[in-house]
Unconditional design. Sequence first.
Length: 139
Amino acid sequence: MKTTKKKLMKGLLADTANLVSAETAPAAQSAVEKKDSRLPIDTEARKKNRTLPTPKVLELLKNSNPGLFNLAEVVGKWVWVTFRETPAPELRQVLAQLGFHWNRERQAWQHPCGAFRLRGFQDPHEKYESYFPADSRAA
């Protein structure tokens, strides 16, 4: 049987297209059905909060959730909040609303306090003074 290369390639491409569409159809449906489980955040307020100075951020943190304030650490001008385990979605929403973002490398929620250029490969604890504001308040 004589078959040209073009016919053979055309048939293989058609078979591959059918196979790919059959495999990706359930994945496409599940991607459409998957809902965003994150809680809503007021993005304008978040942008505004990201420019606040350190004392204002600490005050907001203390007023919104004293438990988060107790976990806060000030590193340079930045405020970090570190958890042992993944926090509840409501706590993550509060942090995001206040202007914090998740830093995967440092495993901490960080707030820039208007100083957006704290970058580098070294540990900021080596370069900047750090303290826990909850420890320094009067008893």
